[in-house]
Design a protein around this ligand. Structure first.
Ligand SMILES: [Zn+2]
Length: 399
């Protein structure tokens, strides 16, 4: 166990430093066998800025090792994995709209945590940006797919760039993954030139209930050790003398017609410290307590429906081995036994196991039994695919 987490445990809020975190809500996470994220955590809440920290039993080094060597991000299609799907392109267009002329005025742009580099490829090949582009990630497997773009093996805590090396740095879906966020902001201000900009995007925790996908979906994102409110992200930046120029809260589409709540901060790096920070009222941690109460009610309904479906069934196929599946496993409404079959069409997942159970390629297995579809984003494709393999639709239960 690392001591770096216990250093934060119930200490001052890592975002605003105004109050000690208070402990709330024990939560269990499950993941593929061998993953760092098979864990039970408490959440630490800040009553001033509303920041929530998952008090995880490991430190930033183990998290970085996970992304470098074990994460499936390079082979996934979700938000923040550096892809080039229709939804990704729509999001990139919006980023540029929000930045107005800042991109074209920047001589050097870095994407921190770029994964497969979809955004950098978009800047180079769709927008025709001619300045220097640098993609930074710890996952060399993902970086290897980037062509014609300079890549650096580094992370937000150690960017491996010279001082003042870039004029604009993108941190999209990075800050929610880091424990030592003070060090990340210090490193950010070191590498961005005076007068340069940081574009930071994280999930907007205050939008979790409005943009709900399934039970405990946003809180169940086990890689997210931080849950930011607008107040907490701007407080973190203010403490480092960074000027917050714009705070944008909106939703962006994901696969399957669902939306994620986005919080974007455009910040200007100035050698002269910020003297007149944007003032925001304290917001408290009610959002979290109310959200968890509401999820508990939704989960009670899921549990009831699922129990009815599972009653009397001896064997079960589960298709869609992702967040919703792992939450149901952690909440113990699903069990894996000798007659459980796990299916997912993602080849990277087919190399993994859960409780010793292998994940199989559905195309190779023409079963016609009861099937539980556990994906909220891909249920249409899964049920169509299952239909083409001969499954009776009356035997399919979708979450
Ligand atoms: Zn706080």
């Amino acid at each position: 166990m690392s001591s770096s987490t216990t250093a934060f445990d119930l200490a001052k809020c890592p975002a605003c430093r105004q109050e000690n975190l208070s402990r709330a809500d024990h939560f269990k996470f499950r993941d593929f066998d061998g993953s760092l994220f098979n864990m039970e955590v408490d959440f630490g809440l800040c009553g001033h800025c509303g920041f929530v920290r998952a008090l995880v039993p490991f430190g930033d080094e183990q998290i970085s090792d996970h992304y470098a060597n074990h994460s499936l991000y390079g082979s996934l299609g979700g938000v923040g994995v550096g892809g080039s799907t229709r939804e990704d392109i729509l999001r990139y267009e919006q980023y540029l709209y929000l930045l107005d002329t800042i991109v074209q005025k920047s001589g050097s742009i870095a994407d921190v945590g770029c994964s497969s580099g979809g955004f950098l490829s978009y800047l180079r090949h769709v927008i025709g940006y001619e300045g220097k582009l640098t993609g930074i990630d710890v996952d060399m497997r993902a970086l290897s797919s980037l062509k014609d773009i300079h890549t650096v093996n580094g992370n937000a805590l150690n960017l491996n760039l010279q001082k003042d090396a870039v004029d604009l740095a993108f941190y999209t879906h990075v800050f929610e993954h880091i424990l030592d966020i003070d060090r990340a902001v210090s490193e950010m201000t070191r590498v961005i030139s005076d007068g340069g900009y940081a574009f930071i995007e994280v999930p907007d925790a205050t939008g979790y209930s409005v943009s709900r996908v399934h039970d405990y979906y946003w809180i169940g994102m086990k890689e997210h050790v931080n849950h930011f409110t607008p107040k907490s992200l701007s407080s973190l930046l203010h403490r480092h003398g960074v000027k917050v120029q714009k705070i944008i809260r909106r939703t962006f589409p994901m696969k399957g017609g669902v939306f994620y709540p986005s919080l974007i901060v455009l910040a200007k790096i100035c050698n002269k410290p910020e003297t007149n920070p944007l003032s925001m009222e304290p917001m408290g941690s009610h959002w979290f307590l109310e959200h968890m109460d509401s999820e508990q009610n939704f989960f009670a309904k899921t549990k009831h429906n699922l129990k009815s479906f599972l009653r009397g069934r001896k064997s079960l196929l589960i298709w869609g081995i992702g967040l919703e599946f792992f939450n149901l496993l952690a909440l113990e409404v699903l069990q894996i036994n000798a007659s459980t079959i796990l299916l997912d069409s993602n080849a990277a997942k087919q190399t993994q196991t859960v409780s010793g159970c292998h994940i199989l390629d559905p195309s190779k297995l023409p079963f016609n039994e009861a099937m539980l579809c556990t994906s909220s984003l891909s249920w249409r494709q899964i049920t169509q695919h299952a239909g083409s393999l001969g499954f009776d639709e009356n035997n399919i239960f979708c979450l």
